[in-house]
Structure formats: C-alpha cells, structure tokens
Design a protein around this ligand. Structure first.
Ligand SMILES: [Fe+2]
Length: 316
C-alpha cells in the first residue's frame, strides 16, 4: 500500500519573502512536489497571524476564490480578504475526507491551510491521494466505479434557515446561496439546475444537478473527485428531510456496501498532517482529499482557496 508522502519545505530550501512573488525556478520547486505528491508543507517560515498567512499566499500569484461566492455549506468567518477560518464545527465532530466543494459546479483548484494554533491533542488534517483511492476501489468494486463514470452522482443537503454552528455543514441558505429572499433563492437554484424543497422549519433541502464522480481534468490520471466519502460518512438528514444524501445521476440508490468500500479505500490512502504552529500547507484540490480529525483544546487552522474552476452538470 502506498501512502501519501509529506514533503516539507523550509526557508533554507526555498526562501519566501512576503511582498515578493516567487520566481520561475522557485515556483518549479513547489510545482514539482505538488505534481508528485499532491501537496507540500511549508515549515519554519515566520508566519504567526492571518495577515502573515495572507502575505505568504500572495507570493504564489494564484487567483483568489472567495467564500461568499462559493456554495460551501460550512460555517466560516473571513479574517482577511482571502483568509478565513476553516470549518467551525465543534472539536468532537470529525470532518470526513473530501475534495473541497466537489459537490458544487464551482470549486478551487488549490487551497492553503495555516496553523495559527495547534490543538492540545488530535486535530490533524488527514490527506488522501484520491488517484490511489480510486485505483483500490476500481480493483475491488469495478461495477461501482463503472456506474459512477456512466451515471455520475447527485447530492442532497439541507441548509438551515439560520447558521447552525453545531454542524459541519450548517451554513444558512441565505449565505450559501448569497441571496436575501425565498424568491431569489428559488431563482438562483433553478438557474443552476438544482432541485429544491422548502422544509417545515424554514430550512431548504436541495439536490444538485448530475455531477461527474470521477474525472481526470485533462491531466491523464483519473481521481475520485466527488463528495461521496464525506456525504456517506458524515452528512446527517435534517428533520423533515429523509431522502438519501447521495444517489446516482439517474436517481437510483447507491448500495451501502459500495459507499463503505469508497470510504475504506480513501482512508487506506491517507496520511495525517500533524500541525505545528506556523505551518502552511498547499494542496492540489484536484488530486488530494482532506478532512479534520477530532481534537481537544483550542485549534485554529485558517484556510484560503485559490484558482476557481467551473464545470457544467453532467448529461446522461
Ligand atoms: Fe474542506
């Protein structure tokens, strides 16, 4: 079994000066590691605050992906124009492996994390090589992966009327959809091809259009780019919203044995990134999944999303 490799860069190997863009050879050092492993850890740089992290990110010249424009369902708070708190779910809640926003039509190509303050214990960020996980799933459950390729997948989630801080996906529908009224929400969802149903408590249950579940993004190597693991392992049904969180693109049921196999294959190809204060990680969102282990004490990991990518719904 091949596990992801954690490659660490230090200021001795790659000096990074806030306010100065990386030059071509320096960018190549970073991209060579990302191309080989899907992520890189920067350790020993002098970053202590959200502002330091922001300045560090700016050196990479990557376009910003704003949280307010995203369909992310996690509750977060901006600390600078391109830095926000990672998922605010309580410490005991595990955030299962996912590609950032793979359940939406628009997602970041890369993301940065920054450890402002490490937890007393736990709180690692598991990182999964999605291409390796797909290889395992393909070998053991070829009928499932063939069906995913053919039919794609649809996700259902409920958005509360007001932010629910006890949930890993508690962002309110007004904020998620960036709208002010019910009518505006309905127009936005319809234009994007979502189906929806209002819940009795004022929440909203939405189902995505059909999305690809396996993709190579033109790179010649397929990845398990979807939100199946997180949805199957962690998405809870809201009151009055009993339908499955996941189905194939033709609305048929995905067998629980196949979902369990996808979860197991993904965690088999995972390494835990144990944070030290000041660490910065850069992840290729099209190659690796990430999550969050439960923790004790206070933990502050900040995030920044880069390089927006949009795709169309899948037609079957
Ligand atoms: Fe995430």
């Amino acid at each position: 079994m091949r596990l992801p490799t954690i490659t660490i860069l230090t200021p001795e190997e790659l000096p990074i000066t806030p306010g100065r863009s990386l030059d071509g050879p320096d960018k190549t050092i970073v991209s060579d590691i990302i191309n080989a492993h899907g992520f890189v850890l920067f350790r020993g740089y002098d970053s202590a605050s959200a502002e330091d992290f922001h300045a560090f990110i700016q050196c990479f010249d990557l376009p910003n992906f704003t949280y307010s424009e995203s369909f992310s369902n996690a509750v977060r708070h901006n600390r600078t124009a391109r830095v926000f708190t990672a998922n605010e779910a309580p410490p005991e809640v595990e955030i299962f492996l996912h590609h950032e926003m793979a359940q939406t039509l628009s997602f970041p190509g890369q993301l940065f994390f920054f450890c402002e303050h490490a937890a007393d214990s736990g709180g690692a960020t598991p990182i999964c090589r999605s291409d390796l996980a797909l290889n395992i799933l393909e070998a053991n459950h070829p009928a499932f992966t063939a069906k995913l390729r053919k039919l794609g997948v649809r996700y259902r989630n409920s958005m509360p009327e007001n932010a629910d801080l006890a949930s890993g996906q508690g962002r309110s529908w007004r904020h998620t959809l960036n709208v002010a009224s019910i009518a505006e929400a309905e127009r936005r969802l319809t234009s994007l091809g979502y189906e929806y149903r209002w819940l009795r408590d004022g929440g909203l249950s939405v189902q995505t259009p059909i999305l690809p579940a396996i993709d190579d993004f033109g790179r010649g190597r397929e990845v398990f780019f979807n939100q199946i693991v997180a949805a199957a392992a962690g998405w809870a049904n809201a009151v009055d919203d009993d339908e499955p969180r996941l189905c194939f693109g033709d609305q048929t049921r995905i067998e629980s044995a196949d979902l369990k196999a996808a979860i197991a294959a993904s965690y088999q190809c995972t390494v835990d990134l144990e944070w030290q204060k000041g660490d910065v990680a850069l992840l290729d969102n099209l190659r690796v999944m990430h999550g969050r282990r439960p923790f004790r004490g206070s933990r502050s990991i900040l995030a920044s999303l880069c390089s927006p990518i949009s795709r169309s719904a899948k037609v079957i």
